[in-house]
Design a binder for this molecule. Sequence first.
Ligand code: GDP
Ligand code: MG
Length: 163
Amino acid sequence: MSFVLAIVGRPNVGKSTLFNRLVGKKLALVDDQPGVTRDLREGAARLGDLRFTVIDTAGLEDATDDSLQGRMRRLSERAVEMADAVLFLIDARAGITPNDTLFGDILRRSGKPVILAANKAEGRAGEAGYFEAYNLGLGEPIGLSAEHGEGMAELAVVLQDLI
Ligand code: GDP
Ligand code: MG
């Protein structure tokens, strides 16, 4: 049985970009526009010597028939149920939003191990958001750039202890 890591977070934080980097294929759609993808997506991930299953929680982007918060809650809860650990992404450039705080609360109550990562942390633009992420009360964030491949070694170190 493969270790399952679910990537959760509000729309546009870079979940699918990270999923694609871990899976090594363009399985998940990456887009600036909302409404691109619907379902949870699963792939075989490689990170250094680690092999595991990764779930991209697409579908949070599709909020036409219900409140975004309601859909986020249901989808993230489904993904968290399926997962052995959760990778919670925030956008270091945008900083912490009310939906990030909502997610953080759901995840803290889940009882699953949570890895907090501040994505889009390349360069100076992500510094303030990275430090804001400490306020979520989920420990020290990993600074990531899914687009540029930064922080992947730190992610591997944290995952190694869980797998
Ligand atoms: P998702 O909605 O959480 O799946 O986010 P996506 O993976 O679709 O990415 C949303 C946007 O953020 C896209 O324009 C990506 O190119 C961009 N993005 C993703 N990762 C990074 C990153 O590390 N740095 C920067 N600057 N942009 C990123
Ligand atoms: Mg996506």
